[in-house]
Design a protein around this ligand. Sequence first.
Ligand code: PHE
Length: 408
Amino acid sequence: MRAYKVFSVLALIAMLVAACTPAAAPTAAPTTPPQQTAPTTAPAAPATAPAASSGGTLKVAILAPLSGGQPTFGVSTRDGALLAIKQWNAKGGVLGMQIVTDVEDSQCLPDPAVNAANKVINQDKIHYIIGEVCSAASIPVSDIANAAKVIQMSPTSTNPLVTVDQNGQTKQYIFRACFIDPFQGKVGAKFAVDTLKAKTAFIMYNQSSDYVRGLAEAFEASFTQLGGKIVGKETYTNTDTDFSAILSKVSTASPDLVYLPDYYNIVNLVTKQAKQMGIAAPFMGGDGWDSADLDVAAADGGYYTNHYDPGDTRPEVQNFLKDYGAEYSGKVPDALAALAYDATNLLLTGIQNAGADDTTKVATALQNIKFDAVSGTITYDAQHDPIKSAVVIHVTGGKKEWVATIAP
Ligand code: PHE
């Protein structure tokens, strides 16, 4: 596992900003190593600072897949989170503390994510985790974080079992910035039936991915309920790269739609092979398609459900686009960047509202939050899931075009 350390650089910048800005809160000496907590003499804290012996900094870990099968997820997530933190630090930090980050490469996989979580919790004594991106990684991390009373805020993991356990019990310290897959699957099915007029669908999915399997099941339930018919359902595994056997069955079944709720790297392989085999039915998927590396030629004609539309005129969206572009040489943020930005702002607002670096108080503050995020206005239900709209994107002519916004 590779650890991307930005602790020292960020902290140094934070310290310098703090030293030069009159309004900046922390007064820890610029020479204080950021990893070191609790200086022996308390800094002259501003009025808003808690009594916490933080030494003027608050640590946040970011668990993101910077390597592995879906690296664009990690880069966007890291960049969205770091932008939010930079903005908070420029305004004086949270509760007067400058925020320092530890970015870990958790690869969208359970084992690296668990290792990263154990490291940041046990070794680095960090109380706040943003991440992971993928549900299969976030679910095991959530059990570790919750047991340690560490707040985990996943920007993007949509499987219900991130925030609730198998018995339906809500994990007190775990939250997310995104909607969940039962809703996302329903949105896809509704769009397929109402707008695409699909009467039949073929579902293909990775049975060993919590996210992919969960979303496939959610789509099937809703599509059937809306009167649609599933004319084929085939599974594959993590290591499959040749989908021709399944795609022959798709050809034979001749469905109105193929539902493929996997991540972009697999979508690229499947849709390319489908085009080569002359399959004309449109493919549809979920947020996992969202990547600068989605093969828009192979996936042309496809649709996917997602979290935000850069064309949305709400000021939250337009300001974010402007700031993100300015920070990252004109890049347009994808949904992962937007949700990481939202997740970070939610977490820091929760800490601010709690008034202390006390994760039990922060959990309560988050439970009661109302926050105007890029991806919509966020309030939490009893399962710590935000209730908000989804968008549908059409892959067409080399572009990803917004076609619908569907409310819960
Ligand atoms: N929702 C996916 C999961 O739970 C992660 C994801 C979100 C990927 C948004 C891309 C965009 O695994």
